[in-house]
Write a protein that binds this ligand. Sequence first.
Ligand SMILES: Nc1ncnc2c1ncn2[C@@H]1O[C@H](COP(=O)(O)OP(=O)(O)O)[C@@H](O)[C@H]1O
Ligand SMILES: [Mg+2]
Length: 350
Amino acid sequence: MSSLLEVQGLDVEYRVASGWLTGRGRRLRALCGVDFEIQEASSVGVVGESGCGKSTLARAILALVAPSAGEIRWRGWSIDRSDASRMREMRRELQVVFQDPFGSLDPRMTVGDSIAEAVAALERERDGAVVRKRVAAALSEVGLDPALAGRYPHELSGGQCQRVAIARATVVRPRLLICDEAVSALDVSVQAQIVNLLHDLCRRHRMGLMFISHNLAVVRHLCEEVVVLYLGRVVERAPREALFASPRHPYTQALLAAVPEPDPGAARNARVVAAIDDVSDATAAASGCAFAPRCSLATDRCRSESPPLESAGEGRWVACHRWLESPGGDSISSINSPLGPRITPTRRPE
Ligand SMILES: Nc1ncnc2c1ncn2[C@@H]1O[C@H](COP(=O)(O)OP(=O)(O)O)[C@@H](O)[C@H]1O
Ligand SMILES: [Mg+2]
């Protein structure tokens, strides 16, 4: 397998206005030292609460916002917006589906024209008959009647619109599809159908998937690997089975315990959940671990020293000084004790 996407030490800052009188801007650090990668034809879920930087990460990868530090490489190429021809190629290979099924389609265009526009713009296909055939095939592939090509978005349901958005994104055969909360606005029954559709499309076309969601149950169904973000930082990264069976970071443990599913670990994690409910000072940590103000395991070290993302064995990465002592960590420490020295720093110091 080779890397489709590599993100290394990514920082993104936004300028935000601070006050009427001073007129000075303030910087908001939306992402801080984010590291992860996506292999060809693999699926990675990005989870975390609202405001933790998930959409910013998608926007940075799509080159819609410029990083303030770090690097993003697309198939080995360091994304460079001044290279127009390579950018055009990347724009075809990397497609996105957003949350709002109606907002992502032009209300003045028929759905057929929306899909045709993608083929014409990204593949420079000029033959009308070929384009029409591609549109019809794309619609049936997402489970819609090709006769709907003449309809406008407002004539369709939310689920149908999202299928059209998926057809528009996948008609050009991207190597990676980014879905940013793509099922969150849909009814639960429709969500399941769209999730199954995405699963089938990825398999059929060996398409990679970066699935951003706050819904862990859906991520568990779709993604082979999971990246957990907290206030702009990766706090844990792990293969699906490992993450859901024994989350290492106290924040991941709390997130999983909050999933409304029977979870044998829920009672064990109750202590952390109690802490996570108190969000009032969640952003207060200027130094140290960003999660420390909400973490029942936090020590003075956690409050003063930011934990690097370290290898925790079995393809897992955790940014926590105390993961071995946390409720989900003690099992591995006894079972797998010859993990060797725990500290394997991988990131350059900030
Ligand atoms: N265009 C913007 N200007 C200023 N701040 C922004 C902008 N977009 C997002 N933010 C802020 O950046 C942080 C991350 O936002 P976002 O990436 O949208 O998070 P998520 O998708 O996880 O909800 C939030 O604090 C949000 O308020
Ligand atoms: Mg978002």
